[in-house]
Design a protein around this ligand. Structure first.
Ligand code: TRP
Length: 364
């Protein structure tokens, strides 16, 4: 028998279609690792209810959109399990137990939650389920006892909380010494590994719009209306790039241009997506010295982006015509996910002395 491959767990909240920021933040890592690891990709549909509980139809559509995008980028369902969070009950059950292990104030100190409250203007009107989702995310992850969790930088606080929960559980219920090193928890008898994040090649991709009120370019995000989607057609890519923010101080081509990727998205995009580094260097100099205009650099970027997303767009069209196949793929992935998560839950209950009898789940 071959040893089983180490596992990966990660996922997306279904808020809409995937964009280039998702691609370089985490989707690319998933594609690169799907052969070496046993991959589980979760569609966090329950998390979508934290802020959109009044729009169940939209959430349903977003679930299908995300699954279609994943298939279009090249996630191979024969290798990787794509599944729906709400159809894996062990995740909820672990959430309840995990919620007993973390002080409420600790959850509320999570900077990603604090930022979300600010960005989405939630004030003190967020539902009870909003802080819950951070505990739920610990369960999303630990239900799979993965070795690696590929995420974008904004998810690191959630992963830190997950690490704390794993340590606490292993110490309380599996007899692991609190001085054990993180990497040794499982060896020392712990059920849960103290998981490791894996960041993508680009930590934070900027959007195509102007800087925000603090003078910094904003992160690419659907809600900020500054995204290029993996499903955008060639015309949309052209229009978006031609209209993108560049250097507002540059009136004539002969004016020196800003090439700092922190200030000019045009160069952030070339540095991220244009594999021809010699071209980028040469043209960056020309731009800086007022020898080439925006349009030529934008045209090149349009080609580069279309070369990347063209094949994705084509594959997406094929899956769009087969929505029933997408559901079948999700069903099969959810069956595989439940096999692992149920095993984890049974082991967790045993460690907590709450193993009274067995059970079997049926997915229809
Ligand atoms: N919170 C993540 C996001 O908004 C999605 C997510 C839910 C997730 N559960 C996860 C990511 C577990 C990694 C691991 O993008």
């Amino acid at each position: 028998m071959t040893t089983p491959k180490p596992r990966i767990l990660t996922g997306d909240t279904p808020t809409g279609k995937l964009h280039l920021g998702h691609y370089v933040g985490s989707v690319e890592t998933r594609l690169a690792l799907q052969d070496q690891y046993d991959c589980f990709f979760l569609i966090a549909n329950k998390h979508a209810f934290t802020t959109r509980s009044d729009k169940p139809g939209d959430i349903r559509q977003s679930v299908i959109d995300i699954a279609t995008d994943w298939l279009a980028v090249g996630i191979d369902p024969a290798k990787s399990a794509m599944f729906i969070q709400s159809e894996v009950p062990a995740i909820d059950e672990l959430t309840f137990f995990f919620a007993m292990l973390i002080p409420f104030n600790r959850v509320m100190r999570n900077p990603t939650l604090a930022q979300e409250i600010k960005d989405k203007d939630l004030g003190d009107k967020y539902p009870f389920g909003f802080p819950m989702y951070a505990v739920g995310q610990c369960a999303d992850i630990l239900a799979f006892r993965p070795q690696l969790v590929p995420v974008g930088e904004d998810q690191l606080p959630h992963l830190e909380l997950t690490r704390e929960v794993a340590r606490k559980f292993d110490q309380l219920y599996c007899g692991v010494d609190s001085h054990a090193e993180d990497k040794d928890y499982v060896k020392a008898g712990g059920l849960f590994p103290v998981i490791e994040p894996k960041l993508g090649r680009v930590k934070r991709l900027v959007g195509i719009g102007a800087p925000g009120s603090e003078g910094k370019l904003l992160k690419m995000s659907k809600s900020l209306n500054n995204a290029i989607f993996l499903s955008d057609d060639a015309d949309a890519v052209k229009t978006k790039i031609m209209g993108m923010y560049t250097d507002p101080k540059r009136i004539r081509v002969s004016d020196p241009g800003e090439t700092d990727p922190e200030k000019n998205p045009l160069w952030a995009f070339h540095e991220t997506f244009n594999a021809d580094t010699a071209w980028v260097e040469e043209h960056r100099d020309l731009y800086k010295n007022g020898k080439i205009g925006d349009v030529a650099i934008k045209r090149k970027l349009i080609d580069v982006i279309n070369a990347l997303i063209g094949p994705i767009r084509e594959r997406r069209k094929q899956f769009e015509q087969r929505p029933d196949d997408v559901i079948d793929i999700l069903r099969a992935g959810t069956v595989r996910a439940n096999a692992v998560a149920e095993e984890t839950l049974a082991l967790a209950k045993k460690a907590m002395k709450q193993d009274y009898f067995g059970r079997k789940l049926t997915i229809g």
